[in-house]
Design a protein around this ligand. Structure first.
Ligand code: 13P
Length: 348
């Protein structure tokens, strides 16, 4: 592996004022999201929708990278240019989600493990050859009665570390995503404690598996009270506890840190990021890697009128602008319109 090259790409992904668009929803997840807005979900409509996002004017000012699902990674614009090459010509870095989704962790009720390591080295070589510069693997940790267990945390840390090292062998920057779910009725303190356990296990295992940490990006949840806890969203508290768990449990030599939106209302995801960015300097570049917070209103608008491309792209541009400003701690929070979008289900 070329460590310098990995570090260079990792740093580019967290360039100040830019972030990532997660457009890597599986066909199954797209099926549910499109159904919720009444659009038929076919390979063609998925391509049409992703093209609308990617060809949005000025997206390159706000995006450092885009994460694709395998199908989209190989798709092309109307003029036949593969999406990944289109991004490359716009100085936006193409990446791909490589895990094969969640299955139950046998023996551990309500806990999940992510599959997809078998055959991954060969697949990774194909993606690298086709121009992927980074990859994503999502693990899921659920907070509940007696969970997460140490066994679930360790099993997921193991596959994330193995995956990360496979990426780096092919010169691909791994985004390691141990998503601690927003679902549940836990407190914000419980969330912080779980995230600390997850990070400790993950980075200990990644070191053991000889991953080059400056060439790795962490994709993480924020520290939040559970969605069903009834606790109000206290933005400053979220910023304080998110910052604390990251500073105390994430190696400072890591290549960068990006946040998922996790089913928060889009405006909450922007304000929380803004408060985190405002609350002081960090050892790593820190930005967004959102799917739902960027896309929810856009998908709705597109579904209403698929011919109103300019207006829908303007809406997407506005979401990108908010996320970019928030990542610098420069978001004018009062400029956010009140919205009542509630994000769709959490699975990707
Ligand atoms: P959300 O921003 O919708 O949580 O999605 C980001 C992501 O990539 C989760 O894996």
């Amino acid at each position: 592996m070329n460590e310098q090259e990995l570090e260079h790409v990792a740093k580019a992904l967290v360039t100040a004022g830019k972030g990532l668009l997660a457009a890597d929803e599986s066909s199954h997840t797209c099926e549910k999201r499109f159904a919720s807005v009444g659009v038929e979900c076919t390979e063609g409509t998925r391509r049409e929708y992703r093209q609308l996002l990617l060809t949005t004017p000025r997206m390159r000012e706000y995006l450092s990278g885009v994460i694709f699902f395998d199908e989209t990674f190989w798709q092309a614009t109307d003029s036949g240019q593969p999406f990944r090459e289109y991004l490359d010509t716009n100085q936006v870095i193409p990446g791909v989600k490589v895990d094969k989704g969640l299955i139950d962790l046998p023996g551990f009720a309500n806990e999940k493990i992510t599959q997809g390591l078998d055959g991954l080295p060969d697949q990774m070589a194909d993606y690298a050859h086709a121009g992927a510069k980074f990859a994503k693997w999502r693990a899921v940790i659920t907070i509940g009665d007696g969970i997460p267990t140490d066994e679930c945390i360790r099993a997921n840390a193991f596959v994330l570390a193995r995956y990360a090292r496979i990426c780096q062998e092919e010169g691909i920057v791994p985004l390691v995503e141990p998503e601690v779910l927003y679902d549940g009725n836990h407190s914000i303190d419980q969330c912080e404690a779980v995230m600390a356990r997850v990070f400790d296990s993950l980075f200990q295992t990644m070191r053991a598996f000889r991953t080059y940490l400056p060439g790795v990006i962490l994709k993480t949840s924020m520290v939040l009270p559970g969605k069903d806890s009834g606790a109000p969203m206290d933005y400053d508290q979220v910023a304080k506890q998110t910052r604390r768990v990251l500073h105390e449990h994430v190696p400072h030599e890591l290549g960068g840190v990006v946040f998922l939106s996790g089913g928060q209302k889009p405006n909450d995801a922007f304000i929380n990021l803004n408060r985190i960015a405002k609350s002081g300097s960090n050892p790593w570049g820190l930005t967004f890697s959102y799917s739902r917070a960027l896309q929810d209103p856009v998908l709705k608008a597109w579904a209403k009128n698929r011919h109103a491309i300019n207006a829908t792209q303007q809406l997407f541009q506005r979401q990108l602008f908010f996320a970019s400003a928030a990542s610098k701690g420069e978001l004018n929070e009062s400029s956010l319109e009140r919205d009542d979008f509630v994000s769709h289900s959490q699975d990707l």
